[in-house]
Design a protein around this ligand. Structure first.
Ligand code: MLT
Length: 258
């Protein structure tokens, strides 16, 4: 699958994987800041942004394979730093476990290692069917918006909500359904965290209600080489809501790898 992507800067490669149902647009601030010292590659995962949206369940392994294929196409064979937000974090974890030789370090942002409960998986399937029937992502976007942003973003930067909402609304029904069905069958990775030896930065917005700080802390503790950063003034979209704090955390982590 040929993914759309943005590439900026030169130096060691940092790959950034967006959340659901978003696109590489969410990394605009990180692309600007990190590309001063790194080659940043931000793809649109299948079904999202400008990438193709086939009718299928997009498993996390399949999306990780897409990212490896993109790196192969760009001639990047050395291990890279992979960061992912929420669904992008599920994909980053899949990549670290399925393609360990391609991953030098991980950044798991506003994400979790646990699988869906049977009820959550069932709700995803119902939502996938409703979205396919409606032919657009409106229902899923309306349900997600109140949970995505932290209270300080809603109070102080309400203008930041609309651009991302508009981006989410562009995601096609087949893209939304494919991702929902893939996430519903993603495996529980909690036991496998112990196998991930590479340095891993776990970042979470203090007000994240979708992947809350307690889950981030548990993940960081289970990772042999994990470190936790809790970001203030942010909910589930910490890199977008408080880019300065997230960029500082990421740059400190990346500098420590050299
Ligand atoms: C995301 O932000 O990618 C989603 O909230 C992930 C999920 O639905 O599990």
């Amino acid at each position: 699958m040929l993914l759309a992507f943005t590439e900026q800067g030169s130096g060691p490669v940092v790959v950034l994987l967006h959340g659901f149902p978003l696109s590489r647009v969410m990394w605009a601030e990180q692309l600007k800041t990190l590309s001063e010292s790194y080659r940043v590659i931000a793809p649109d995962l299948r079904g999202h942004g400008e990438s193709p949206a086939p009718d299928a369940a997009y498993t996390m392994d399949l999306m990780a394979d897409d990212v490896v294929e993109l790196l192969d196409g760009l001639g990047v064979s050395e291990p890279v730093v992979v960061g992912g937000l929420s669904m992008g974090g599920y994909v980053a974890l899949a990549m670290a476990l399925k393609h360990p030789g391609r991953v030098r370090a991980l950044m798991l942002i506003d994400t979790k290692a646990a699988a869906d409960s049977p009820e959550a998986a069932q709700t995803r399937e119902e939502t996938a069917q409703a979205v396919l029937k409606a032919g657009n992502s409106g229902e899923v976007v309306a349900a997600m918006i109140p949970k995505l942003f932290g209270k300080s973003t809603l109070a102080r930067h309400p203008d930041r909500v609309e651009p991302l909402k508009a981006e989410m609304e562009k995601t096609s029904a087949s893209g939304v359904a494919g991702a929902l069905r893939g996430m519903a069958i993603r495996p529980d990775r909690r036991e496998q965290l112990a196998e991930i030896a590479v340095p891993t930065l776990v970042i979470v917005g203090e007000d994240d209600v979708i992947a809350p700080p307690a889950e981030a802390r548990a993940m960081a503790e289970a990772l042999p080489n994990g470190r936790l950063e809790v970001v203030s003034d942010a909910g589930h979209l910490a890199p977008y809501e408080n880019p300065d704090a997230v960029d500082q955390a990421i740059l400190g982590f990346l500098q420590g790898l050299n």
